[in-house]
Write a protein that binds this ligand. Structure first.
Ligand code: UD2
Ligand code: MN
Length: 539
């Protein structure tokens, strides 16, 4: 029996115990392999399912591993479930022509997941840099939008900035300023998301005033402005932070990559372009000169730039406020990028492009919104304000290339007829215009509150102006209001000492017990009738 053992397993087990052990071992290995195969395939299937289905729209796992010197951590945040995502983005109709409403292909935008992976367009050396020296200053991200495509807005800020691409400690908040979009829920829907605050203008203010409003409300030490159709790329914030924390008088701009307006493909831009402008104050890109290229031979090194392209930059809140933010008299769109750049340079700061920071932007061929006083007019008027205030003698070059600007009314520029201007104060309270009415009220003085600035006493017209409006009284009405300037007797005031007197009635401007401001009989020396402007000019 045992001689034919090799033919019969059972006999073999009996006659050759060493073979039995071998067989047992082979079978065990075979079972193990099968188990391993099933386990590997199963895990793979779960991963694929997670990333394609769950990760995409339902659950966001916030994850980042900060560079050397920082503790990596995981923080799960449930952002929006599938239903909410579809409710928010899916209800927006594409229309017949995908380009009509947004001037980019909204159908294409809607099909792109809001946390898609982007090609890392930085120079390879940027990836090796460590930003561990960056102090933990929190940034307020400010995004003004008017009728933005929801999918694009979501990609800009919420998912990418708050969750995917940016270490959480570096973000104080995201302030969305809804510039009176047709559909209020474009913004309000997002207000429940982590760190997101939504402010809505009660009338269309334009992007410049909207950004000022966002900046005035921001609580972070640093302000980062973004358009509402951007996508931040990996490691975008740290290199900008490093520049501004090294020199707080820096306005730091990322390299702006291109998101194709038809396909939403993300493309790298040259990192060797600086921002400049011609004499008509149109922005243009200027390649670095050969000399500069030699000077900046390290492709990760930030370089100086005359101007920024626009709305994508990081600045310290303090410096931005000291620069007077943007000129609040600029309307709707345009030239504020040159204004902030010129101011920064002329007041002792600088403007830089940081090549290791990349943010994509959808460049469009036209504006998908209206300009109440016309596109060209608005631009020219804004340019004139900037030229008059910041170009000094060089403004003649501006008028040479834009002769139409000469006759244009660019608003009330700082005026020799004003004997006093700035805030109009009583102690620590300041006179303030209201967003939603023509009334004026008193509130705690706040340097970054635009509605408390731009008061002026014009000796020539005897008017008290606030921006374009004049302090007006109506017959027998006790409370003054702000109305268009007409030079009528209802708008004529005089100042005696610290009293502000309505000429027609001889009554004095007085603060009430609550925040109201009214007219009443003048009482010599009454504290409630004493007013000061921030700046008084000697007669
Ligand atoms: C560029 C800048 C932009 C701004 C502008 C000049 C880049 C990438 N973009 O124009 O940031 O500096 O030049 O002023 O450099 N918006 C409002 N209210 C309005 C109009 C626009 O909130 O009345 C929003 C709009 O939704 C967008 C942002 O302002 O988020 C900028 O407008 P844009 O994208 O039309 O400007 P763009 O990129 O042509
Ligand atoms: Mn834009």
């Amino acid at each position: 029996r045992c001689r034919s053992a090799s033919l019969y397993k059972r006999h073999a087990q009996m006659c050759r115990p060493e073979l039995a052990v071998l067989q047992w071992w082979q079978q065990a290995m075979w079972r193990k392999r099968r188990f391993l195969r099933v386990a590997v395939l199963g895990t793979f299937a779960v991963i694929v399912f997670y990333y394609t289905t769950l990760q995409r729209h339902t659950i966001q796992k916030y994850r980042h591993t900060r560079k050397v010197g920082f503790v990596p951590h995981w923080q799960p945040i449930v952002l929006m479930n599938e239903l909410q995502y579809v409710q928010y983005v899916g209800t927006e109709a594409d229309g017949d022509d995908a380009f009509t409403r947004h001037a980019f292909n909204v159908s294409s935008s809607n099909t792109i997941p809001s946390d898609r992976r982007l090609p890392d367009t930085r120079h390879s050396r940027c990836r090796k840099l460590e930003w561990s020296a960056v102090p933990l200053q929190a940034t307020s991200v400010i995004v003004a939008f008017h009728n933005e495509a929801r999918s694009a807005l979501l990609r800009t800020v919420v998912r990418r900035v708050v969750l995917n691409r940016t270490p959480s400690e570096l973000i104080q908040e995201v302030i969305l300023v809804d510039d009176f979009s047709d559909n209020e829920t474009d913004g309000t829907f997002l207000s429940s998301l982590p760190k997101v605050r939504v402010l809505r203008n009660q009338a269309r203010e334009g992007l410049i005033k909207s950004r000022i409003r966002g900046a005035a409300e921001a609580q972070g030490d640093l302000l980062m402005f973004l358009d509402s159709h951007c996508e931040v790329n990996v490691g975008w914030l740290e290199p900008l932070l490093e520049r501004v924390s090294k020199d707080p008088l820096t306005v730091a701009s990322p390299v702006i990559d291109v998101i194709d307006m038809a396909t939403f493909q993300y493309r790298s831009s040259s990192s060797q372009l600086k921002g400049g402008f011609d004499w008509s104050l149109h922005f243009k890109w200027i390649p670095l000169s050969t000399k500069q290229k030699a000077q900046y031979n390290d492709p990760t090194e930030p370089f100086l730039s005359p101007a920024i392209a626009g709305g994508l930059f990081l600045v310290s809140r303090d410096w931005f406020q000291r620069l007077g933010m943007f000129d609040s008299g600029l309307q709707i769109w345009g030239v504020e990028n040159l204004e902030i750049s010129l101011k920064s340079w002329l007041c002792g700061g600088k403007v830089e492009v940081v090549p290791c920071s990349r943010v994509g932007h959808v460049f469009r061929k036209r504006h998908p919104y209206t300009f109440p006083s016309g596109n060209a007019n608005t631009y020219l008027r804004n340019a004139k304000r900037v030229a008059e205030v910041w170009l000094g003698d060089h403004k003649r070059f501006f008028y040479e290339s834009q002769p139409n600007a000469r006759a244009l009314d660019a608003g009330r520029l700082p005026n020799e007829e004003n004997s006093a201007f700035g805030q109009l104060k009583q102690g620590s309270l300041c006179l303030q215009s209201q967003h939603d009415s023509s009334e004026v009220k008193l509130a705690e003085c706040n340097d970054s509150e635009p509605s408390q600035h731009s008061w002026a006493f014009n000796v020539h017209t005897a008017s008290i102006q606030h921006g374009e409006l004049c302090l007006t009284t109506h017959d027998k009405a006790k409370y003054p209001v702000l109305e268009s300037c007409t030079l009528s007797f209802q708008q004529k005031w005089s100042r005696h000492g610290r009293a502000v007197i309505l000429l027609s009635s001889g009554q004095c401007l007085e603060s009430g017990i609550t925040s109201e401001v009214r007219l009443s009989e003048c009482r010599h020396g009454a504290m409630s009738q004493q007013w000061d402007f921030t700046v008084e000019l000697q007669a």
